[in-house]
Ligand binder design. Structure first.
Ligand SMILES: [Zn+2]
Length: 210
């Protein structure tokens, strides 16, 4: 009979963990970016059209040619990409590092949850607009309803994702599910989170069932 040594317990725990790791979740790294209403875009780029430069993985979404400068109390960040299409509310998504270097006290929130978002000024040359819509995006997984059923998850659920990487394997907890009919399975983290866990563009994570 085996004695329950710490080594044996460790081995059993890791075997169980391996068993409950589900299929691979592709990971997308989001750099700081903004989403704009058509009205705010027109104020920043009078007479221009939002021009797609590169499609994103989620259907219909794209990185635009146009960029803006984010202005905070401690600094500015130029060349921040606009992502299209237009939204009903303008929103700036920055990293936790940006909140310090730019001096913008943005809370960690899911996209669209802007009730207590920070105020920030966006500018293009002499044109500018101030929005109450700056957040640090909460890590999340885009999931179709079909995938949600497959994983037995509901809207509002949070999951954990284990990301095995060179020298920095990390367990991400508090990962929110973002359901959408046309969403393609993809976890979104920001550049701070990606760097902390040594995540590269081709890194995948494993969903952990709680
Ligand atoms: Zn996302």
């Amino acid at each position: 009979m085996h004695k329950a040594t710490p080594e044996l317990i460790q081995q059993i725990v890791s075997e169980v963990l391996n068993e409950i790791e589900l299929e691979a979740i592709p990971i997308g790294i989001s750099n700081r970016h903004v989403h704009l209403t058509e009205q705010d875009f027109q104020q920043l780029f009078p007479g221009e059209t939002l021009t797609p430069m590169k499609p994103l993985k989620q259907p219909g979404e794209f990185a635009a040619e146009q960029t803006v400068t984010i202005v905070g109390s401690k600094g500015e960040q130029s060349r921040v990409r606009i992502l299209g299409p237009f939204r009903k509310r303008s929103q700036a998504e920055i990293s936790m590092t940006d909140t310090r270097t730019l001096g913008i006290p943005a809370p960690v929130r899911l996209s669209g949850h802007l009730e207590d978002a920070a105020e920030v000024t966006l500018k293009n040359g002499e044109h500018c607009v101030t929005i109450k819509g700056c957040i640090v995006a909460k890590r999340h997984i885009h999931m179709s309803f079909k995938d949600m059923a497959r994983f037995k998850l509901s809207a509002g659920d949070t999951v954990s994702v284990r990301v095995k990487t060179e020298e920095r394997t990390t367990l991400f907890e508090d990962v929110e599910i973002r359901p959408g009919e046309k969403f393609i399975l993809e976890m979104h983290v920001d550049t701070d989170e990606a760097n902390a866990a040594n995540i590269k563009p081709d890194t995948v994570g494993s969903l952990i069932r709680r």
